[in-house]
Design a protein around this ligand. Sequence first.
Ligand code: HEC
Length: 113
Amino acid sequence: MQRLAVVVRSLYPNGLAVVALALAVGASFPVRASEVLAREHNCLNCHHVDRKKIGPGFKQVAERYAKQKDAAPKLAEKIIRGGAGAWGAVAMPSNPVSNEEALVLARWVLATK
Ligand code: HEC
């Protein structure tokens, strides 16, 4: 118990710095945050980042739409509604994500190439 108190006391002065660092890292690596989001929303049950699973690999998606300027909002809409035909006969079901989350996920997918 006493030992724990010492550890906590010696860690505490750096607590704020650690939080600030975590925020800074989070802000400069939104890509990582989005991978967590993709995991949370079960996207990775059907998608691998680097190769086909049930759906296309996210890198393949990123390569296909690399030159398309409005790709992010279009993909965001498809993520929300689901659909088939772009990669094969298997359909993506609709996904329970908000508009903002869908856009973050679409941008992340497009950044995986
Ligand atoms: C049940 C399986 C499944 C889940 C869960 C799933 N997908 Fe898909 N996804 C697919 C399939 C299958 C396709 C191919 C659809 C097609 O051919 O049009 C696809 C296509 C896509 C595409 C490309 C769309 C296009 O028009 O080129 C993106 C981007 C995508 N998924 C992102 C996501 C994200 C982000 C999530 C999580 C919120 C997710 N998917 C969850 C199966 C899934």
